[in-house]
Design a protein around this ligand. Sequence first.
Ligand code: NAD
Length: 284
Amino acid sequence: MSAGFVGLGNMGLPMAARLVEAGFTVRGYDASAAARRRFPGAVDTLPEAAAQTVILMLPDSPAVRSVLVDEGLLDRLAAGSRVIDMSSSEPTETRALADQAATRGVELLDAPVSGGVAGARQVTLTIMAGGPEESVAACRPLLEAMGSDVMHVGPVAAGHALKALNNLLSATSLLVSSEALLAGRRFGLDPQVMVDTLNRSTGRSWSTQTKLPQFVLPRDWSSGFPMRLMVKDLQIALGLAEATGAPAPLGRTTLELWERACANLGEEADHTEIARWLEGLAGD
Ligand code: NAD
């Protein structure tokens, strides 16, 4: 089986590599020549990535629209083809693009991921698929080559909505876990003892179990997920809350703090550096 793959960045490169290892022929494309050089199956132009199934792993919805519409990939796809947008995109834009694709007989599904660069390398991603049941079922062999948990979460755009809400939780928990770590340290607690104990207690989360020990305690800001992408996800989540009239006072504060950290540290700072930014606020 073969697939096109557009977006060979921090996530796309290992995901495309896992597909190749699982026996798929992958025509990978990225606008960056440096990214193309890192992938052995790369093609030099976007039209060459056209296939019966094309996976997108791009930064955001504007990039997805650019590839599909402005740069003309949709025009290159045969009726009956499928596009799987695995980027963390904006759900209302996903619905609009799915409608536009449908007028050409192309089906667009969303299948964003959780688990980070390590999850992409180790095939432990959770994949949140949105679209008709039978279409998601048809894509399972492909998706299961990239993730350990393929969840069908609803119709098209449901995955993108859920992914943004997941990152609202993740960003809030990382921030408050960093606050707790700082307060504990100032009180005289050993940060390692704190993390070990929290991870056997009710305050534990993915942030305390994974991000604090791997990135924050060793001050190794190398998760591969930059501030700009976390802020984008938070903006999507808060946009969704606003559009549905759901109250989100804590979420709004989370977004405001992440936007400040991003403006201060720079868009390419690793998102785990939110802990370092907090120390700056505290004058540590
Ligand atoms: P990235 O910035 O590392 O990679 C995106 C790639 O897309 C880049 O190589 C870029 O050159 C390419 N690109 C941009 N515009 C393009 C265009 N018009 N045509 C072709 N290529 C283009 O981002 P990433 O970390 O790989 O993340 C991709 C998506 O996955 C984002 O939506 C992100 O929010 C999401 N995500 C990231 C992580 C993570 O840990 N990095 C985890 C889960 C989800």
